[in-house]
Design a protein around this ligand. Structure first.
Ligand code: MG
Length: 343
């Protein structure tokens, strides 16, 4: 049983009648309808040895733990308001705590997001460090973006560049002992050979893995513009799959249009394709908008200070076709997105 089937079978229920939940399980954020405003809520957990290496640099870890939650708020077009932190710590290491909180709170301050509460406990002997954050954002009533709503004929867009985080992770994994690497979290595709070592540019892309910048400003400007939106956490194709499924549509993706860094483009083709299409951990936003909105989308990106790129379109035909520059279909059958419970 995969992660998403597990959630669908055991944890997906219709909201209780008369409750405030306007949108429940199955989107980047749940939405509470408060009448004069909507609250968007999301929760994301990071587990040592699963989402990050044991001994990971604590300041970056603090940043990333909050960033992945703010990224979900961005996908909902919600303005961050506050967050809650639940920590299971092997021990109270003050040096670690100082650095971790510094990284987390610097990002929180940058987004005006208040740490409003939480819980701290000691993990059982040898238990992993676990960080769970719940973030709360706000939108005007009815304005929250969702994965549903993509229409046939809409353009498909993505912000920034994709694939660098996965490439950095591949490099890190190849640098640690195999026994330790076996416990790491990555796309479920197997890692092929061919990563070039000793290249300084590869160190630069580590920033994309360790310190993702949530696209909050862009998300806010996509309200009323994007017909659907998701953040790219599990891989471009997998997250596009969530939009397709929730919107009941298909998609056509142009490989040559997918934005990727010069460093990624310099990799062997199969590495480049795997990282860009299925790598995950990008925390860019993937969204759809009507073709009439092309100028408005470009303006939104410019105002938010992030590049936006049109990478395909929404189709009536179900499924996802990835096309090369000559319009030929690229076989992506082996590129599964990340699933924590995949066999
Ligand atoms: Mg998400």
């Amino acid at each position: 049983m995969g992660e998403f089937e597990l959630i669908a079978r055991y944890f997906t229920r219709p909201p209780a009648a008369g409750g405030m939940v306007a949108r429940g399980v199955g989107d980047d954020c749940a939405v509470l309808d408060l009448g004069d405003r909507w609250l968007a809520l999301t929760t994301d957990m990071l587990v040592e040895g699963r989402h990050f290496f044991a001994g990971a640099e604590p300041e970056a870890l603090g940043h990333k733990a909050l960033a992945v939650n703010l990224s979900d708020l961005a996908a909902a077009g919600a303005a961050p308001r506050c967050f809650f932190l639940a920590l299971a710590l092997p021990q109270a290491d003050e040096v670690w705590l100082a650095a971790f909180s510094r990284g987390m709170l610097a990002l929180a301050d940058a987004h005006g997001c208040t740490l409003a509460g939480g819980d701290t406990t000691r993990s059982s002997a040898g238990g992993p460090l676990t960080i769970c954050i719940t973030a709360v954002g706000e939108t005007p009533p009815g304005a929250a973006l969702s994965r549903a709503g993509a229409l046939v004929g809409d353009d498909l867009w993505v912000s920034g560049e994709v694939g660098d985080a996965a490439l950095a992770l591949e490099r890190l994994r190849s640098a640690v002992a195999p026994a330790q690497a076996g416990a790491q979290c990555l796309c479920s595709t197997t890692l092929g050979p061919g990563l070039r070592r000793g290249d300084g540019a590869l160190d630069a892309i580590r920033q994309r893995l360790d310190r993702p910048e949530p696209r909050v400003a862009l998300g806010l400007r996509l309200r009323g513009l994007a017909s659907s939106c998701i953040d790219v956490s599990d891989g471009l194709l997998g997250d596009l799959g969530h939009i397709r499924e929730r919107s009941g549509v298909g998609a056509e993706l142009l490989w040559s249009a997918v934005p990727r860094s010069p460093t990624l483009r310099a990799q062997p083709p199969e590495v480049e394709q795997r990282c860009a299409l299925a790598g995950g951990d990008d925390y860019e936003v993937l969204f759809t908008a009507a073709p009439a909105q092309r100028d408005a989308v470009q303006t939104a990106g410019a105002a938010a200070g992030v590049a936006v790129k049109r990478i395909g379109r929404i189709t009536a035909e179900p499924g996802c076709r990835v096309l090369d520059a000559d319009g030929r279909m690229i076989d992506t059958a082996g590129l599964a997105s990340f699933d924590h419970f995949a066999p």
